[in-house]
Design a protein around this ligand. Structure first.
Ligand SMILES: [Zn+2]
Ligand SMILES: [Zn+2]
Length: 345
């Protein structure tokens, strides 16, 4: 099959012929129709997250934000058949461990989905992880439902439990930040977006942010405190570098809730200094948010079908597989604006 292959950390990826994935008894093979390009792909390409046990066996095919059609199912798979339109969460949960059986399949790393930068990708524990897409949701919209959009949904709705009329500040207006802005706005919140790039802030406005702050020219913490008369109810770090994480927490009002979505880079290696005294005295809450439990999909998909959420509106470019590496490379310099989805393989 044709695929964009990662052969070594940090070396340019190339489109070439690559063995099609095999299908174990519990798995399904998806003919990929669309795949989003996520900063997590860039992190994996950089060799990041070894400090939390993530690494790729090389050569490999990245790409975890894909939607497509079932091509083949393993002999133990009961709920899927060839031709089903599907999407799957990033974490391929086992379905039987304590995390899975208690409703937290997003915390089970039975395996990770990848392979969306190729014509065919494998989904493990397919009965448990695969979510069927209705005809009302096209593949480009569906492609965001593996990672960025669902991660933002879980963070805003389940973890922070954002309520109407609360203020939410979002640091970082890449794919997950824009998704969080749209979802928080649709929940009735006042959304303030912070970034260093006016083009990304314009996209945040279109996604539903009522106020935007360019942290290159304006102190974002002071700006948020002024806009919200004392601080935001909820802060989101949608990037994962020390400055955004710290500024996000400092932007909160008393009793504020911080949600950390971004995982860190080589520079932090997971360690960021936190304003502990403030956390104590202001009774701040800090929570992480990772992917989404599979059982949460139906509620979200229903909102997409009703037009209450519009993930496709956030897609700025649809591209061919041959153009995908350029987008990943641009992420090194934060040059990419908006969300790119591969829809030609
Ligand atoms: Zn599990
Ligand atoms: Zn992702």
């Amino acid at each position: 099959m044709k695929a964009l292959v990662m052969e070594a950390v940090g070396k340019p990826m190339v489109v070439k012929d690559f063995p099609q994935p095999e299908c174990p008894p519990d798995a399904a093979i998806v003919r990929v129709q669309a795949c989003g390009i996520c900063r997590s792909d860039w992190h994996m390409w950089m060799g990041d997250w070894s400090w939390i046990g993530f690494s790729s066996h090389l050569p490999t095919v990245l790409g975890h934000e894909f939607a497509g059609v079932i091509e083949e199912v393993g002999k133990d798979v009961k709920k899927l058949k060839r031709g089903d339109r599907v999407v799957a969460p990033l974490s391929q949960a086992c379905g039987t461990c304590e995390d899975c059986t208690s409703g937290h399949s997003n915390l089970c790393f039975g395996g990770s989905s990848a392979g969306g930068f190729g014509q065919f990708a494998r989904l493990g524990y397919a009965d448990y992880n695969t979510v069927k897409l209705s005809e009302a949701i096209d593949f480009v919209a569906g492609a965001s439902m593996g990672c960025r959009y669902v991660t933002a949904y879980h963070a805003i709705m389940d973890q922070a439990r954002v309520k109407a009329d609360e203020s939410v500040v979002i640091y970082g207006c890449g794919g997950v930040g824009l998704s969080a802005a749209q979802i928080a706005a649709s929940a009735g919140a006042r959304v303030i977006a912070v970034d260093l790039d006016d083009r990304k802030l314009e996209l945040a406005r279109r996604a539903g942010a009522t106020d935007v702050v360019n942290a290159k020219t304006t102190d974002p913490v002071a700006a948020v405190k002024e806009l919200t008369h004392g601080g935001a109810h909820v802060s989101v770090d949608a990037l994962g570098i020390a400055a955004t994480c710290q500024n996000a927490m400092l932007s909160l009002r008393k009793l504020g809730r911080h949600v950390q979505i971004g995982l860190t880079t080589q520079k932090e290696k997971g360690q960021v200094a936190l304003p502990i005294d403030l956390i104590v005295l202001a009774e701040l809450q800090i929570m992480g948010s990772s992917s989404i439990p599979t059982w949460r999909y139906p509620a979200m998909l229903e909102m997409v079908e009703r037009g209450k959420l519009a993930p496709k509106q956030l897609v700025t470019n649809t591209i061919a597989l041959d153009q995908a590496f350029d987008v990943i490379d641009q992420m090194s310099r934060f040059e990419n604006v908006g969300i790119s989805v591969i829809d030609r393989f």
